[in-house]
Write a new protein. Structure first.
Length: 118
């Protein structure tokens, strides 16, 4: 049974930082590209960052200076550090696992809410 469980969201003041985690189980972690997406109210879902088990990363251009994505293959867990948070970062952040070898949308977590507000 595939599971992606996000954690680490919450209410943060502008300028603060958060570290999101995505714990994966039920599939071979190293065979998947792991990504973070976010969905803000009234906006389309957008890719924030992605990482492979070999450490290849990709970041949204508008945010890349504030992001650090990483994964711990021994724990089947992916992380996303977001610094200098802005109110515009308020969204539900979703973990996604997409196969490197087969087509399809992959697996999704249930999401974790990030709210940036003073």
């Amino acid at each position: 049974q595939v599971r992606l469980v996000e954690s680490g969201g919450g209410l943060v003041q502008p300028g603060g930082s958060l570290r999101l985690s995505c714990a994966a189980s039920g599939f071979i972690f190293s065979n998947y590209r792991m990504s973070w997406y976010r969905k803000a109210p009234g906006k389309e879902r957008e890719l924030v960052a992605s990482v492979t088990s070999t450490g290849i990363t990709n970041y949204a251009t508008s945010m890349k200076e504030r992001l650090t994505i990483s994964s711990d293959n021994s724990k089947n867990t992916m992380y996303l550090q977001i610094d200098s948070l802005e109110p515009e970062d308020t969204a539900v952040y979703y973990c996604n696992a997409r196969s490197l070898y087969y087509p399809g949308d992959g697996y999704w977590g249930q999401g974790t809410q990030v709210t940036v507000s003073s």
